[in-house]
Write a protein that binds this ligand. Structure first.
Ligand code: 6CS
Ligand code: FE
Length: 300
């Protein structure tokens, strides 16, 4: 074992079959007294692995987020060779734009906005930095699926984040309805770790961000989880917010409606959980996917 490699508490992609084990880490690291989340909210997050707030942001914030969403779409369309612009698996259509918390003033401010960053600090019980940010556009008619997965499985194996002490904050930039490919979450699935089968191809992210085929649970694992957790889809208007724990199994279907399902995701990691080396491949993924700037976000 490499001297600076931490012990791998969540080995994955090592065998020919999935192995499901119990989570080894707490879910909630802070306390109600820390605020702003109350005891009931912390208990719901511990139990389900997510908290959903319809219409969390109002029309003024939303106008600024939406204008920036359209501006980035327009500029990304022309950015032929940027690694940070991911296209749909079978077309040139923009699927995702990464690292928006560094390239966009609007989303940089959003990432540090105390209304979401303070909740992330409370859930993670420490100062936080942004591990990753992205906009998933899921455009009308052409937006393809995001297959079932645990984000942590990838952020552990490929980015080297050692423990489950991360939270994603997703903001609906357009309405998420039951029919336009809404985010689906499996309540309680964060309590188990699904060690996936297979390995990690070289430069895996160049394929996985378009269509993920490695580091995804098998059908048998998904049936096992579905029996215990079920599936929920937190639908709601633009401006809704979903905080979801890094190990909650989630996914979304393709969008064949005329209505885009565009969401921005800010991924917070505890400053006490920084990666050193990937637990799978020889090298961590590039900065735009797994940040190597661990500077704590400013408070207030
Ligand atoms: O690989 C990643 O980091 C990305 N993949 C998915 C499907 N969700 C999390 C993250 O954006
Ligand atoms: Fe994900």
């Amino acid at each position: 074992m490499n001297a600076i490699q931490e012990q791998d508490l969540y080995p994955s992609r090592r065998g020919t079959e999935d192995v499901i084990t119990e989570r080894k880490d707490p879910v909630v690291y802070g306390a109600a007294a820390d605020g702003p989340l109350g005891q009931d909210e912390l208990e719901a997050y511990d139990r389900n692995g997510f908290l959903f707030y319809p219409a969390f942001f109002g029309p003024d914030d939303l106008a600024s987020f939406s204008a920036e969403l359209d501006r980035l779409w327009a500029t990304a369309g022309a950015a032929r060779d940027s690694d940070e612009v991911i296209r749909e698996p079978d077309s040139d259509i923009v699927r995702s734009i990464f690292r928006v918390h560094e390239t966009s003033d609007v989303y940089r401010r959003l990432a540090a906005d105390p209304r979401i960053a303070d909740r992330a600090r409370q859930l993670l019980g420490s100062d936080v930095y942004v591990h990753q940010s992205r906009i998933n556009y899921k455009p009308g008619f052409k937006g393809k699926e995001f297959y079932w997965h645990s984000d942590f499985e990838t952020w552990h194996v490929e980015d080297g984040v050692p423990r489950m002490r991360m939270v994603s904050c997703a903001i609906w930039l357009t309405e998420n309805t039951p029919v336009n490919g809404p985010v689906m979450v499996m309540p309680g699935s964060h309590k188990w770790f699904v060690a996936c089968s297979g390995g990690t191809p070289d430069d895996h992210f160049k394929a996985s961000l378009r269509r993920q085929e490695f580091g995804v649970p098998s059908d048998t694992s998904m049936e096992w989880l579905e029996k215990r957790c079920g599936i929920e889809q937190p639908v709601g208007p633009a401006g809704s917010v979903l905080f979801f724990e890094c190990n909650v199994v989630h996914g979304s279907n393709g969008n064949i409606t005329p209505y885009p399902r565009s969401n921005v995701f800010i991924v917070y990691n505890s400053v006490e959980n920084t990666p050193k080396q990937a637990f799978g491949p020889a090298r961590r993924r590039p900065h735009f996917l797994g940040s190597d700037d661990f500077t704590p976000l400013p408070r207030g």
